[in-house]
Design a protein around this ligand. Sequence first.
Ligand SMILES: [Zn+2]
Length: 336
Amino acid sequence: MTNPEIAIPSRAPAATMADDAVLPFEVAALDLRGRVVRLGPVVDQILEQHDYPQPVAKLLAEAVVLTVMLGSALKIDGRFILQTQTDGPVGLLVVDFITPGKVRACARFGKDGVAAAVAAGKADAGALLGKGHLAMTIDQGADTSRYQGLVALDGGSLEDAAHEYFLRSEQIPTRVRLAVAEELRAESGGARHHWRAGGIMLQFLPKSPERARVADLDPGDAPQGMKLLAVPEDDAWVQGRALLETVEDVELIDPAVSSERLVFRLFHEPGVRVFKMAAMRAECSCSRGSVEAMLKSFSQDDRDHMVEDGKISVTCEFCSANYVFAPGEVEAKVAT
Ligand SMILES: [Zn+2]
């Protein structure tokens, strides 16, 4: 018998790609494709820039994992924006991904609503979000049309919304798992708190489309609210889905379990091939110049209302960077 450990692809000695990376993989024998997302410093940095209550931070981290999972699969250059707009205590989540691997994120929430949800023991994703929708936008620049996919949020998790989206809009059998955790790590000067997040996505993409049986409906012809036919699913997909269900949250975030090891653990029997890892980083695209240009585009009246203590102060909602201007600096040039 061969030792399965030997077949695990080796990792670069520096191991710098272990975190903040996406690993695409393929299980050819079962017509499955997928990706594993591992975020350490990326999600830690994003959440440290804000002072969100713990359940809000956790929810935003889940949204970051989902966004990275979907955005990193795009074959185009551009921007992928995931946004929720709902009536729950967390009214808005925005995650902004720029290919190939730059991400920033922020949330808007009602402090009292979140505190009440926590006190009532109902601070899970579905309860925090409430009802509304999740929008996914692909933006390839000013001269191109934007693509937007919409899915209803109805008290469910972001995983539920992703499943719904792929079933209805893309007609691809898909399973997504997201996990977020806090970690206390011993460091010089005492224990430090860190965030970690991870996820895995699995999709069934058979060459003969009739095998993806849930994909029989033509979205153009299916009336709104039409029930999907209860058809038996393909054995390969049933097997793949069952394997994915064995993934523990801890496997998605544990720094000791590499992404390669995880997919090998799951799919060594049918055989799995991993592709090149893609690195992710937390970076905001705001700059003093872009804030200045925005202020100059406002009316003089609007700018006058922004002056406080003789200066205009703008804080970036994504990264909390603060830009301060003297009113004269951002006056629009008036043609005389
Ligand atoms: Zn910023």
